[in-house]
Design a binder for this molecule. Structure first.
Ligand SMILES: [Zn+2]
Length: 253
């Protein structure tokens, strides 16, 4: 996350590139309050998702559950996230990750909020959890890296697909193939900041002002104009997180 004294500059650089709305997801107890404060301090331009990332799943005790639940009542909080499964790092045991995911998916349903979903080498288990709640659940599989079959499953469950800066990476033909499999009305473009900065910023700290580079590449894959892609993905963002108005903004998660 950005240092407090950088935030105004980060948002200004983003606005200069046409990115008028930012979603900042929490990962757990350590950054939950910061996300809420950021949304409070920048009403209408920063929105927060609160949740416990699979890396932190083992920390989800009664106290943290209470903090997450209370945060959902805040006006700037529009989603439960980032939640999901990560079997690549396995920073929390699988059972803890599954328990935290199930609790947070049910919490999102109870509060009628969308979810921001993380997945790494865990698709089969994640899909099983999603399928049992299919139909009622809204959300986005962020920074998606699975193949066209999994894209079809995500879309079939009524969820959106988030496409990150990886789509610009030279070797990432698999991500571009995946991006082409998602129709424009069911995708979001995102930073996954501070990670995955798109070409030509690859290797640097990612930030919201770079997201148009992701959008431009996705547009190219769909033979659409960058403007059209920006407008339609922004509309998807506003629809998913139930934000009002604004057509020139760009969403990112
Ligand atoms: Zn993630």
């Amino acid at each position: 996350m950005f240092e407090p004294d950088e935030v105004a500059d980060v948002l200004r650089r983003a606005a200069d590139q046409g990115v008028g709305v930012v979603l900042t997801p929490a990962t757990g107890g350590d950054d939950l309050d910061r996300c809420i404060v950021l949304a409070d301090e920048h009403p209408g331009s920063v929105w927060a998702a609160v949740g416990v990332h699979p890396h932190e799943a083992s920390s989800l005790d009664g106290e943290l559950k209470g903090r997450v639940e209370r945060a959902l009542a805040r006006p700037g909080v529009v989603a439960v996230g980032e939640i999901g499964l990560d079997y690549h790092y396995m920073n929390s045991p699988r059972e803890d990750q599954l328990r935290a995911l199930a609790w947070q998916l049910d919490l999102a349903l109870e509060h009628d909020l969308p979810v921001v979903l993380h997945n790494r080498e865990s698709w089969t288990d994640l899909a099983a959890e999603l399928e049992t709640r299919c139909g009622a659940l809204r959300g986005v599989c962020h920074s998606f890296t699975e193949g066209p079959a999994e894209v079809a499953a995500v879309l079939g469950m009524g969820l959106l697909v988030g496409i990150s800066g990886m789509v610009t990476f030279k070797q990432a033909d698999n991500i571009r193939r995946m991006a082409r499999a998602v129709d424009i009305d069911h995708l979001l473009v995102e930073t996954d900041s501070p990670f995955l900065a798109p070409v030509p910023f690859r290797g640097r700290r990612n930030e919201p002002s770079y997201v148009p580079y992701v959008g431009a590449r996705v547009a190219e894959e769909h033979a659409a104009s960058a403007t059209e892609l920006a407008e339609r993905s922004t509309a998807n963002f506003r629809r998913l997180f139930r934000l009002e108005g604004g057509s020139s903004d760009r969403g990112e998660g």
